[in-house]
Write a protein that binds this ligand. Structure first.
Ligand code: ZN
Length: 87
């Protein structure tokens, strides 16, 4: 897809992919806190949500410049199905 690249300051070819959650880091502050709280006896610190009002999750698109490798990430939008059509 042809799109403006802010680093190259011109229109270049971009490849499109969707944002995916990265791997959890084992020593991140949130993970360490969670491990300390769930250690030993006692209940889970936060209630687990079972019923959701929304039926879809947000999808964010990533555009990668083929010239310099710069990645533009768009705002997430709620989609049921994503289809990339070549124009
Ligand atoms: Zn570029």
């Amino acid at each position: 897809m042809n799109k403006y690249c802010p680093r190259c300051h011109k229109y270049t070819e971009h490849t499109i992919s969707t944002y995916k959650k990265g791997q959890d880091r084992n020593r991140a502050q949130g993970k360490r806190r969670m491990d300390r709280k769930t250690k030993g006896y006692g209940s889970f610190p936060k209630p687990i949500q079972h019923r959701f009002a929304k039926t879809t999750k947000k999808t964010a698109l990533k555009y990668k410049c083929k010239d310099c490798g710069y990645i533009i990430q768009t705002k997430g939008m709620r989609l049921k199905r994503l289809e990339v059509v070549r124009t």
